[in-house]
Design a protein around this ligand. Structure first.
Ligand SMILES: [Zn+2]
Length: 326
């Protein structure tokens, strides 16, 4: 019996969409392969920088918020599409006898008003659950008056600097290129209300020599305990931080070069599908070179703990405020 017209149309549709899905799956597999790792790379020959951290240096992390969740395959090429990951937003508090630092702030007290600048679609895409702002967490521990020498945003995307208005008198260190990109930027990546009240900008110019294969560095206290590194690509002036503790432990905070540790280990970029759908990186090629650089460092120095800014599984291994580690 011949098929009715609706059934024939349905069969044609299923056939066509099946081919389209199969083609898409093949394209995703092709594009989400590991990034090529060159044989010759300066990171293969670097040595660890010297560090003499003071005995009372310590650090903690403050969870401000957590994303609603996404398939791991979206967050990292080659990731599992069946596993849901819930990226975190957090601040790193470094206590050094010469001054306390905040690396990133996560979301802040004014998160709802700031986030309202997004359109409806972006509010759904970037939905989060608020935990508590850095300022709120400090107050809850009787540390509201803790002097903070500087806030150092890893970059100026909305999920990293929401707490800037909560510390209006604190210097904020950023590379000029990062500020320029943010000033020219727009939601959802950049929310002006987060940074237009900053009065104490200080240019971060990486005045010290190469470290770990990065061209330049900024040794904040001159003792090698906190070294800031230029990691442009994801944004124009993204900053990483090498923290060397009195215990000998070292951590490299790698910002949003990747969203997961897996991205560094493989090495793999965010999923091709997501990168084609959303304008994620300032310079995708530069960011991929940064991923490969970090991958080689991770292989050469397994003693350095790599800390991407949003990996909730890595975050779970770090000391959580009010606990500190040294
Ligand atoms: Zn981010």
């Amino acid at each position: 019996m011949p098929m009715s017209l609706p059934r024939r149309l349905m069969a044609a549709f299923v056939g066509t969409s099946g081919v389209a899905v199969a083609a898409l799956v093949l394209a995703v597999r092709h594009h989400d392969r590991p990034l090529p790792v060159p044989e010759a790379h300066p990171a293969r020959h670097v040595t660890l920088p010297a560090a003499s951290p003071p005995a009372d240096l310590s650090y903690s992390t403050m969870l401000t918020s957590q994303s609603a969740g996404a398939p791991e395959g979206v967050l990292v090429g080659g990731g599992r599409w069946s596993a849901t990951r819930r990226p975190v937003q957090f601040a790193v508090l470094v206590r050094h006898p010469k001054g306390n630092l905040l690396f990133d702030t996560g979301l802040g007290c004014q998160h709802a008003e700031q986030f309202a600048d997004n359109n409806w679609l972006h509010r759904q895409l970037f939905a989060y659950t608020m935990h508590a702002a850095v300022k709120t967490q400090l107050e809850a521990q009787g540390m509201a008056d803790l002097p903070i020498k500087a806030i150092i945003p890893s970059h100026m995307h909305w999920d990293h600097i929401g707490g800037l208005p909560d510390f209006p008198a604190t210097p904020v260190w950023a590379p000029p290129a990062e500020r320029q990109q943010a000033e020219a930027g727009a939601p959802p990546a950049f929310l002006r209300s987060q940074f237009n009240g900053v009065t104490q900008w200080q240019d971060l110019r990486f005045e010290h020599g190469p470290v770990l294969g990065f061209d330049r560095s900024q040794d904040v206290f001159g003792d090698g305990s906190v070294i800031l590194l230029p990691m442009p690509g994801h944004t124009a002036g993204q900053v990483g931080m090498l923290l060397s503790l009195p215990s000998g432990k070292r951590l490299l905070f790698t910002a949003d070069t990747t969203w997961t540790l897996q991205g560094i280990e493989v090495p793999a970029d965010r999923s091709w599908l997501l990168r084609r759908a959303v304008d994620l990186d300032h310079d995708e090629g530069a960011n991929q070179r940064a991923i490969v650089h970090l991958h080689l460092l991770a292989r050469r120095f397994p003693q350095i703990q790599m800390v991407p800014a949003h990996d909730e599984q890595v975050f779970a291994t770090l000391p959580r405020f009010p606990a500190f580690a040294n």
